[in-house]
Design a protein. Structure first.
Length: 537
């Protein structure tokens, strides 16, 4: 008998939504010890299906038909008290963003122990011991320190391991993992995937793994279900779906994955768009009665350059200093030492007034376009504010904004709409248009495609490539996704713990890296075979 059997599940959306159903007539089964990957783009119904199992559907979203049988009980229609008893004990969930799922005011050990307390298990001393055992099981370093730590004191990967420890506390029979590796760098992602595989083998759990990353599917899945706009369009063994997809939608998703094929080398200009020399940024925290002062060298004596018309990829794990370097280059962060030269002008040495006159030369595209756009401002205003502040007449700025919206593939009619009316990929295009409106010499793209579905990611990468070709745009492309870097970039710079450890052409870095750290990053990419220039090998 299956651990879970979902039968003809239909979930209705509130009146006025784009479509009547979030999930429509979906069926799937997961056996003991099996990993089922549920794949699809945003809005496909993956997370809604999982939330229905956990009783976590948002207000106004309701199950209209179907059932979800877990050990002969329909978990969707259980009384609230029985659902509470089931959650955590029999069915547990790992969420995509652990920082929002963890209580920022509670220590990690207390949050794990709270799972036992909620189900009235064990004494207080036993709860702490079991919390320590779980921290060790998920391979967190220094358990005695971690158990006393708060979430903000852990890295993203460590917080995700803490979430897994909480999910495993009562030894559930079904583990639901909702995009648990999407925002993680490649080495941390590889560690989390290995951990889930090990736990499945040791505990015999059934796992529902929700993802939009086919590299992850290739790494861990036994069975695959592909969803689109609330419906299942394809299902089957992982190998069969990956190697011989039957549905056109599945084929399009697989075609959108970066191939791993390295682009031919291009002749680069000898004129630099950006020169960074000896850049250093140190963060210091003051000590307290029980805490020693701490110093973090976020960027430590880094020098590099970006040629005109070049895309330089800046890669490394979380905490390597990539984003700090990018923000320092655009003077969102003030460096402690070094130079940032754009057109021969050292932005790092300018006064605030002089910087305002030079700031248009370097523009930034942020990771989360929704957070970087004013939700109350129409798109035309978001794009024209900067040029108008530079003294460009409003009519000229608005005309240019509409041209840019056409260039990035949205159309001039997008100018009158608000950010919430666009998809994530469309909002990222708006962010690019806003950056271009300032006529920059360089764009810094900070994880600009990391949170996007593969098909939308491919569209944004194509756009950046076109802008480089047609406008001679220079780009510092910050990413933790080496597959994306391989597809777009001319050269790659590798950072680790604030230092630049290696820099070279794409072919040099991917086919003949000189540093062990670079080799570890490349080896951690799910499904990649760099020697044969393939992904999902």
């Amino acid at each position: 008998m299956s651990t879970l059997a979902i039968e003809h599940l239909t979930i209705g959306l509130p009146e006025g939504a784009d479509r009547p159903f979030a999930v429509e007539d979906v069926s799937m089964t997961i056996d003991k010890g099996q990993i089922l990957c549920v794949v699809g783009e945003s809005g496909s119904g993956k997370s809604m299906t999982a939330n229905a199992l956990m009783g976590l559907l948002p207000p106004g979203v309701t199950v209209k038909a179907g059932r979800a049988m877990f050990e002969s009980r329909d978990v969707i229609r259980l009384p609230d008290a029985e659902k509470m008893a089931l959650r955590g004990a029999q069915i547990a969930m790992i969420f995509q963003e652990p920082m929002t799922a963890l209580n920022p005011l509670m220590r990690i050990g207390d949050q794990i122990a709270e799972v036992f307390a909620a189900h009235d298990r064990f004494t207080q001393a036993e709860r702490r011991k079991k919390a320590l055992d779980l921290i060790r099981e998920v391979q967190l370093p220094d358990p005695e320190k971690i158990i006393r730590a708060y979430p903000f004191q852990l890295s993203g990967g460590q917080r995700q391991r803490a979430m897994i420890a909480m999910a495993l506390a009562l030894e559930p029979k079904l583990l639901i993992a909702d995009e648990p590796t999407t925002a993680l760098d490649v080495t941390t992602q590889a560690q989390i995937l290995k951990l889930i595989l090990d736990l499945r083998a040791r505990r015999g759990m059934a796992v529902m793994f929700i993802t939009h990353d086919f590299g992850v599917v290739a790494e861990i899945a036994d069975e695959v279900i592909v969803m689109r706009t609330g419906k299942v369009v394809e299902r089957g063994p992982a190998r069969a779906v990956l190697q011989d997809p039957q549905h056109e939608y599945t084929k399009r998703l697989l075609e959108a994955i970066p191939t791993g094929k390295l682009p031919p080398a291009r002749a680069l200009s000898e004129t630099p768009a950006l020169q960074i020399k000896g850049l250093r940024k140190i963060y210091r925290t003051g000590g307290g009665m029980f805490r020693a002062p701490r110093e973090v060298r976020a960027v430590d004596d880094v020098s590099l350059s970006v040629a005109r018309g070049e895309v330089l990829g800046l890669v490394g794990e979380s905490g390597s200093g990539k984003s700090t370097l990018g923000r320092t280059a655009v003077r969102l962060v003030t460096p402690d030492a070094g130079q940032v030269l754009v057109g021969g002008v050292d932005l790092a040495a300018l006064s605030d007034e002089d910087l305002r006159r030079q700031r248009h030369k370097v523009q930034m595209v942020f990771q989360d376009p929704y957070a970087s756009l004013n939700p109350r401002q129409r798109i035309i205003g978001a794009i024209t504010d900067g040029p108008i502040a530079r003294g460009i007449p409003r009519r000229e700025a608005e005309s240019r904004a509409r041209e840019l919206l056409e260039i990035v593939g949205l159309g001039a009619d997008a100018a009158s709409r608000f950010p919430h009316e666009f998809s994530g990929g469309q909002r990222q295009r708006i962010g690019i248009a806003r950056a271009l409106a300032m006529d920059p010499e360089l764009i810094i793209a900070d994880e600009a495609v990391s949170a996007l579905d593969v098909s939308i990611q491919a569209q944004v990468l194509d756009l950046l490539r076109d802008l480089r070709e047609k406008m001679g745009l220079s780009i510092l492309f910050i990413t933790h996704d080496l597959r994306v870097a391989a597809q777009l970039c001319d050269r790659i710079a590798v950072m680790q713990k604030g230092r630049l450890v290696e820099i070279g052409t794409v072919h040099e870095i991917f086919l003949n890296p000189t540093e062990d750290y670079t080799r570890q990053l490349l080896a951690a990419v799910p499904g990649a075979d760099w020697d044969n220039q393939k992904v999902l090998a």
